[in-house]
Design a protein around this ligand. Structure first.
Ligand code: SF4
Length: 358
């Protein structure tokens, strides 16, 4: 969507496409079938051999939305572990990253989508924020990433099973578009993913978490804490100065109480910065008796940070000791598998490299 003009089918909600079909003189009920087929094929537009679309409908769609207007592949990296990072060029020539991660099951994969071009949050260990914030993505551009990942998964003989909003950008600062995209991706009339297969991740925008809670939609929530106390967090995440951990966790408590399922706490281990036994005990005390799950992330180095620091990955021994302390405190802690170490694995790195090469 540029200047309010739809560029592809991904820009349409089911209701909008039904209205469009009516205006073209076709029955609105064809809209669900067309979108379902479009989503199932990963963004193709083909007739259904068993129940064909009415004469002229596909031609009309093709003439209104030329396929070249969907985001184009600007770069693609595939790691030895099968992780595929795609850089998509949008209609205005800006680029976003989207990632397919193979599951341990040989026929499944998870996707990670971006919600903004760049990011304004300034997390000091993150590559995305180094190129600054450019603009919010539209719902259609988010759905288009999902479709590109589905295609990529099909080509690798896998099914795209889950989707996380953990790519470039802060989803809760582009909430209308993120929710519109999630509603389309999770709509069972369109045969895409179920609600519970979608996770929205935030750096901790308290009013945004409360808005998610109020939606009653049944996705998962992940909160990127990355530090056990406000002072350490403010060093790493400028947003930490605006929203104290206690307020973020209180908002996460409200979300969890409304859904009855654990919120995930994301914690990226950084050598000597937030990974010591003291940090682990402090994190356990901060979380207290909450039934939240801690997802420990292994850092993929991104070079010199905005503040001139160079962060390093914690050693395996340090990471294991950190997890053991959390478990001693009866906290469920998992490691998220580190992906794509032989490519530009960190969020924003591939885009940063392509921009620098121009
Ligand atoms: S970690 Fe996420 S929220 Fe923080 S700067 Fe990077 S993209 Fe933005």
């Amino acid at each position: 969507m540029i200047g309010g003009v739809p560029l592809s089918l991904a820009d349409f909600s089911l209701d909008d496409l039904e209205r469009e079909f009516s205006a073209w003189g076709f029955r609105p009920s064809h809209a669900a079938r067309v979108l379902r087929s479009h989503y199932a094929s990963g963004g193709e537009l083909a007739d259904n051999p068993t129940r064909r679309f009415p004469a002229g409908l596909l031609e009309k769609i093709r003439s209104e939305f030329p396929p070249l207007s969907a985001p184009a592949l600007a770069a693609r990296q595939v790691a030895d572990d099968g992780t595929a990072k795609l850089l998509l060029r949008l209609g205005d020539a800006r680029t976003v990253e989207t990632v397919l991660m193979p599951d341990f099951r040989p026929d499944r994969a998870a996707g990670c989508v971006s919600s903004q071009v760049g990011c304004a949050m300034g997390c000091d260990f993150c590559a995305t924020t180094k190129t600054g914030f450019e603009r919010n993505l539209t719902a259609g551009e988010i759905v288009a990433q999902f479709l590109a990942l589905r295609r990529e998964a099909h080509a690798a003989g896998r099914k795209l099973q889950t989707l996380v909003f953990m790519g470039m950008g802060e989803p809760l600062l582009n909430l209308d578009a993120v929710l519109a995209a999630v509603e389309r991706i999770a709509d069972n009339r369109l045969g895409a993913l179920g609600w519970r297969q979608i996770t929205i991740s935030t750096v901790g925008i308290v009013p945004g978490i409360d808005t998610l809670t109020a939606t009653k939609l049944n996705f998962h929530l992940a909160v990127s804490l990355h530090a056990p106390d406000d002072a350490t967090r403010a060093e790493l995440l400028p947003m930490g100065k605006r929203f104290p951990i206690a307020d973020i966790l209180a908002a996460a408590d409200r979300f969890q109480a409304s859904r009855g399922r654990p919120v995930t706490i994301q914690y990226c281990l950084l050598k000597g910065v937030n990974d010591t036994p003291v940090h682990a005990h402090t994190l356990a005390a901060t979380l207290g008796a909450r039934r939240m799950h801690v997802n420990l992330l292994r850092y993929n180095p991104t070079g010199l940070s905005l503040r001139g620091r160079t962060y390093e990955r914690s050693s395996d021994e340090t990471a294991d000791a950190f997890a053991a302390i959390l478990r001693e405190h009866k906290i469920v802690a998992h490691f998220r598998r580190s992906r794509g170490k032989d490519i530009d694995a960190a969020c924003g790195q591939l885009r940063e490299r392509v921009i620098a090469a121009r």
